[in-house]
Design a protein around this ligand. Structure first.
Ligand SMILES: N[C@@H](CCC(=O)N[C@@H](CS)C(=O)NCC(=O)O)C(=O)O
Length: 207
């Protein structure tokens, strides 16, 4: 049994989705890092950054970092085909998985916690604004690279779709994505309406 530390609306939604698609049994522990409490204390003991997603595997190994978790799960459950086996397609999916976390997810973190990066209210406001503009650029760059595939860069659903579907609920916001990233929006459609995944998106992203 896996244990997933997550919080509503967070990156843990992508891991819930992956665990569901591979059919792995898991328990979910709500641990909202910025709220504190016993679950967050427990999370911090496993992950010193006290960030979600954090996954405890059945043998007690701690996995952090969304992309590491998504790749690892894909490899543990190869029959689920959540990463392409074709070398070229796999390279593309790995490239954009890391791109999204190293760039867009990081920009979200800077915007959420500007005080970690710079002192002063005005400076923090400015950093937030620049992080948002940069975040928009990152998504536009991905959009320009997309072709007409039914999923992101591929013919079949991969963990990249799960991560992007999750992040498409964050800043810059659903309306922005629809207007500025029509190919991305279209390619995420089947992932967002996937029967097995719909309950996860609803629980995480509706009030
Ligand atoms: N690099 C991590 C970032 C994870 C992350 O920033 N998670 C957010 C929630 S979506 C969080 O836990 N933030 C609390 C904090 O940074 O203190 C990953 O890719 O999983």
């Amino acid at each position: 049994m896996y244990t997933l530390y997550g919080c509503k609306g967070c990156g843990s939604a992508a891991i819930e989705a992956a665990l569901t698609l591979v059919g792995a049994p898991y328990q979910y522990i709500e641990a909202e890092p910025w709220s504190g409490g016993p679950a967050v204390d427990e999370l911090r003991r496993l992950n010193p950054l006290a960030q979600v997603p954090t996954l405890l595997t059945p043998d007690g190994t701690v996995l952090t970092e969304s992309v590491a978790i998504l790749i690892w799960l894909s490899e543990q459950y190869p029959a689920s085909h959540l990463l392409p086996t074709d070398a070229t397609a796999r390279a593309t999916v790995l490239r954009w998985l890391v791109y999204l976390t190293a760039n867009a997810y990081a920009a979200i973190g800077i915007g959420d916690f500007p005080e970690r990066w710079i002192a002063g209210e005005a400076e923090q406001g400015s950093l937030k604004a620049f992080a948002r503009a940069r975040l928009e650029d990152y998504w536009r760059t991905l959009e320009r690279q997309l072709g007409d595939t039914p999923f992101l860069f591929t013919q079949q659903l991969t963990v990249l779709d799960l991560l992007a579907a999750t992040m498409s609920h964050w800043r810059p916001g659903r309306d922005w994505f629809q207007q500025e990233c029509p190919k991305l929006t279209a390619a995420l459609q089947s992932t967002l309406s996937h029967t097995a995944l719909a309950p996860i998106w609803i629980r995480n992203f509706t009030a």
